[in-house]
Ligand binder design. Structure first.
Ligand code: PEP
Ligand code: MN
Length: 263
């Protein structure tokens, strides 16, 4: 079902009116996690002003350490619901387990499945029975084939609205958190009709590398960019070092939009 041969043309996934995989670049931005109403709303305001229509923020955070900030859970979902109404933004947030999927599904306009859960088959099947579109991140050690089979789990349950997201893979390169696999973007687009976006924030883990990698991903044909941004990165409860400052984020939007228009 994920294969290019299985569809007449490219799939365009509609996320609350934003057409992902269409001519225009899709922009998804926001903090790593919801930390407070003030934090979320400050970021949401400049995300909306930048022209981006989709706000991301985790309510349930899949953290490497069990002692790290795990997200505000249901309380965060309520704040995201409020932010959607206040700023007219679509909400992108992660479902980390089957047990809390229903709550996430109720609020999300696009349900994220994180890199660590790319082969959580029960979660993929549950996402496949959802009426909401799914953002499927590539696992940190997944081949393109494994990533597409993960998408197949969602598609084969009946949900045809899947967006793939390259978010960096584990290599021996030690200067960055992960390595953005730029070539997988056109390679994936050749094999599948699904939209492919890139997340240069988790791919690099470094604020100074995020914008150059965003530009590279768009030049390589990414249908959208997902980035983390925070108004006070030094105080962020997760992923502060990779969060773009508001002005850098707004500048990036101008640059990636211009690159998309050249293609
Ligand atoms: C995130 O988007 O905040 C996240 C945890 O992403 P990933 O699953 O790519 O690490
Ligand atoms: Mn994050």
């Amino acid at each position: 079902l994920a294969s290019s041969d299985a569809a007449p043309g490219r799939t365009i996934v509609d996320v609350r009116g934003v057409k992902v995989g269409g001519k225009a670049l899709a922009l998804i931005a926001g903090p790593c996690g919801v930390e407070s109403r003030e934090q979320l709303f400050t970021v949401a305001r400049y995300v909306a002003e930048s022209g981006a229509r989709l706000l991301r923020a985790g309510a349930f955070k899949p953290r490497t350490s069990p002692y790290a900030f795990q997200g505000m859970g249901v309380e965060a979902l309520e704040l995201l619901d409020e932010a959607r109404r206040e700023f007219d933004l679509g909400i992108v947030t992660e479902a980390t387990e089957v047990e809390t999927f229903d709550e996430v599904e109720r609020v999300a306009d696009l349900i994220q499945i994180g890199a660590r859960n790319m082969q959580n088959f029960a979660l993929l099947r549950r996402a496949g029975r959802s009426g909401k579109p799914v953002l499927l991140k590539r696992g940190t050690a997944a081949t393109l084939e494994e990533w597409l089979y993960a998408a197949e789990y969602v598609l084969s349950e009946g949900n045809r609205n899947v967006i793939l997201c390259e978010r960096g893979i584990r290599t021996w390169s030690a200067h960055a958190r992960n390595t953005l696999d730029v070539s997988v973007i056109p390679a994936a687009k050749a094999l599948t009709h699904l939209p492919v976006i890139a997340d240069p924030s988790h791919a690099t883990g470094r604020r100074d590398l995020v914008v150059p990698c965003a530009r590279a991903a768009v030049a390589a044909g990414a249908d959208g960019i997902l980035v983390e941004t925070h108004c006070q990165p030094s105080c962020a409860l997760s992923d502060g070092p990779q969060a773009l400052l508001p002005l850098d984020f707004i500048q990036m939007v101008g640059q990636v939009t211009a690159i998309r228009e050249l293609l």
